[in-house]
Design a protein around this ligand. Structure first.
Ligand SMILES: *[C@@H]1O[C@H](CO)[C@@H](O)[C@H](O)[C@H]1NC(C)=O
Ligand SMILES: *[C@@H]1O[C@H](CO)[C@@H](O)[C@H](O)[C@H]1NC(C)=O
Ligand SMILES: *[C@@H]1O[C@H](CO)[C@@H](O)[C@H](O)[C@H]1NC(C)=O
Ligand SMILES: *[C@@H]1O[C@H](CO)[C@@H](O)[C@H](O)[C@H]1NC(C)=O
Ligand SMILES: *[C@@H]1O[C@H](CO)[C@@H](O)[C@H](O)[C@H]1NC(C)=O
Ligand SMILES: *[C@@H]1O[C@H](CO)[C@@H](O)[C@H](O)[C@H]1NC(C)=O
Ligand SMILES: *[C@@H]1O[C@H](CO)[C@@H](O)[C@H](O)[C@H]1NC(C)=O
Length: 546
């Protein structure tokens, strides 16, 4: 059994006191060479007729979900488009960061992965072949505005028009994300990227261009994807670009790719978070005033979640788990719903946490039509005062919470590093439902990474099948109990550039080989079976589980 290894999330934990040593893979990646053709794709596609895989049903079926529910899978410009420097696209922050020693663990580069830029038509047909009715993808800011702002790149406009038209022609509903940690590097060089408030107007300008040009066909917009995660990983540790943090914080955080050259882990995450929230609100304001009345779409952002389950039922641990959720989720949700950052953040961060002007608050207030939830996993969370012994401030230390995968020696879920915890999807949705008045939600990302091992049959991803079956079953339960969830997107349609993990961990329901051929994994077949069948089978499969 291939070890399930989602190191990237384990490393997110490192940032919170856990030690995390990532062993860099020495295996060189075979450079991708020739591209595949549509005929290759066709042969892969036809393999999908093996419906005997699930003779007794998948345990959950399309018919268990409400009418009009959106079922989709995800690609992102950053992880799957490839074509890094083609057609005047400029370098984005991951393109440049991936070239730093150790930042991409297996040396993979974004431009080598998946090549959805050329094969988008093929990919759209993979989705319809599975019976999906929606597709979540992203637009690359660095293609539309290679200089960050200023003149728009018409080649990029033409490309995304072709992409969107093809999606629509197949009856798929596009959900489009504008940012996935991929703004042009030139904005970092010019004014420090999201550390500067100039970022707000540049983002709003880019977003408006998208609304203006594509908004007649795109009805679901996501401004930022996992902005909460990035503000920590990019500015409190150096896991993600731009890789800024307090230089001597490295002694406490066991990273293997060097000291932070500059930054401040105790202030910059909050400053960047503030600007991201304002940039989001500005884009929403432009959309609502100028485009929504005629285009009739909706707009939101997608947050990264990890359910924080109190380790014990002590008041201390319950409060620590709440703080962890405040610092991760409330950070961006509460200003929009309640007019300020969570109280715990105000108390613990003090004057390192920015304040809102009345004008900003007005813009932020209610600036979501829906919220996107990216949820994979859960951890036990407990109270700690470790921070008191430290001389430096750091976003992750401010939580005063530590995490563990074990309670009384028993793991919270299956997996070596990241845990599959099906019930955490339901508890997360219920938490959001209760705290934010059952606001419209989409599960904008859920999926399962498996370490890539050339010697094993990567198509036999039984763990991923179990993951989706159990998670989607929990989602059905949550909806039956009244949660206002309107769609779910599988991460991901294709193997791609998984940030620090490069291609070492594969997440696609379609395997992408070095020649960019797509091969259906068992999990793709699971989706096909689930989406084309209507009857509910309470098969043993749902209870045998993981
Ligand atoms: C399907 O159901 C039949 C009859 O209940 C059972 O014998 C068989 O083992 C099941 N197959 C699977 C794959 O669960
Ligand atoms: C790229 O930009 C250059 C200079 O701005 C321009 O001359 C060229 O036509 C552009 N190429 C494409 C493919 O748009
Ligand atoms: C806008 O969308 C809503 C909900 O989908 C629909 O009921 C309404 O008719 C639409 N209005 C226009 C002008 O298209
Ligand atoms: C947000 O707007 C609503 C009405 O649109 C208003 O009732 C509420 O007081 C506002 N909240 C804040 C914090 O300004
Ligand atoms: C904090 O600073 C003091 C004085 O400079 C030093 O002795 C101590 O080792 C530092 N503690 C940590 C955890 O770095
Ligand atoms: C955090 O918890 C882990 C157990 O999950 C433990 O190994 C580690 O020492 C703790 N860190 C601190 C700083 O307390
Ligand atoms: C499922 O329902 C749809 C629409 O109600 C119908 O077209 C389709 O034939 C059904 N599929 C099965 C396998 O019953």
């Amino acid at each position: 059994m291939a070890p399930v290894l989602l190191t990237i999330f384990a490393c997110a934990l490192a940032a919170q006191l856990l030690q995390c040593s990532i062993a860099p893979s020495t295996a060189a990646r075979t450079p991708s060479s020739a591209a595949s053709s549509l005929s290759t794709y066709s042969s892969q596609f036809h393999q999908l007729s093996a419906d005997s895989l699930f003779p007794n049903g998948t345990g959950v079926t399309r018919g268990d979900f409400p009418e009009g529910f959106l079922f989709g899978a995800i690609t992102s410009s950053m992880k799957h488009e490839g074509a890094e420097y083609r057609d005047n696209k400029s370098e984005n922050i991951w393109d440049s960061y991936a070239r730093k020693d150790g930042a991409s663990l297996d040396g993979a580069l974004p431009g080598e992965c998946a090549n959805n830029y050329d094969f988008y038509k093929m990919d759209h047909r993979l989705l319809t072949g599975l019976g999906m009715n929606s597709y979540r993808f992203s637009i690359a800011w660095s293609r539309l505005f290679p200089d960050g702002s200023g003149e728009v790149n018409e080649v990029a406009i033409a490309h995304y028009n072709d992409v969107i038209n093809d999606i629509i022609s197949l009856g798929l509903i596009p959900m489009v994300t504008l940012w996935t940690q991929d703004h042009p590097q030139i904005l970092e060089d010019r004014y420090g990227g999201a550390l500067s408030d100039t970022f707000i107007s540049d983002f709003a300008n880019y977003a408006e261009t998208c609304f203006k040009v594509f908004g007649d066909r795109v009805k679901y917009w996501i401004t930022f994807d996992e902005l909460n995660d990035w503000a920590g990983l990019g500015y409190a540790t150096m896991q993600n670009p731009p890789g800024r943090c307090t230089s001597n914080i490295m002694g406490q955080f066991n990273y293997n790719y060097g000291q932070c050259p500059q930054g401040n882990s105790g202030t910059e995450p909050y400053q960047v978070g503030h600007h991201l929230l304002l940039a989001h609100a500005e884009a929403v304001d432009v959309y609502r005033t100028k485009y929504q009345p005629t285009q009739n779409g909706s707009i939101g952002f997608a947050l990264w979640f990890r359910w924080s389950e109190p380790l014990t039922d002590s008041a201390e641990d319950i409060m620590a788990a709440q703080r962890a959720t405040d610092f991760l989720v409330g950070w961006f949700m509460d200003p929009i719903f309640f007019g300020d950052y969570p109280k715990s953040m105000r108390e613990l961060v003090g004057d390192r946490l920015p304040s809102f002007t009345d004008e900003e608050l007005q813009k932020i207030n209610g600036s979501l039509d829906f919220v996107g939830i990216n949820i994979q996993t859960a951890l036990y969370t407990f109270d700690t005062n470790f921070y008191l012994t430290q001389n430096e401030t750091c976003y992750y230390l401010d939580w005063q919470a530590n995490v563990t995968g074990y309670r009384d020696g028993i793991a919270i879920g299956v997996g070596d590093h990241d845990y599959a915890v099906p019930w955490s999807l339901k508890t997360t949705v219920e938490y959001m439902k209760d705290r934010y008045s059952n606001f419209p939600m989409y599960i904008t990302q859920t999926g399962w990474g498996i370490e890539y091992d050339e010697s094993e049959d990567t198509l036999e991803d039984d763990q991923r099948v179990e993951y989706f079956e159990t998670y989607y079953t929990e989602l059905v339960e949550a909806i039956r109990e009244g949660a206002n969830v309107k769609g779910v997107y599988a991460w991901s349609l294709l193997d791609g550039f998984e940030f620090n993990l490069g291609l070492q961990v594969r997440v696609g329901i379609f395997y992408v080989d070095d020649d960019y051929n797509r091969h259906a994994r068992k999990s793709a077949l699971w989706f096909k079976e689930m989406l084309f069948s209507n009857s509910t089978t309470s098969s043993a499969a749902t209870t045998a589980l993981l």
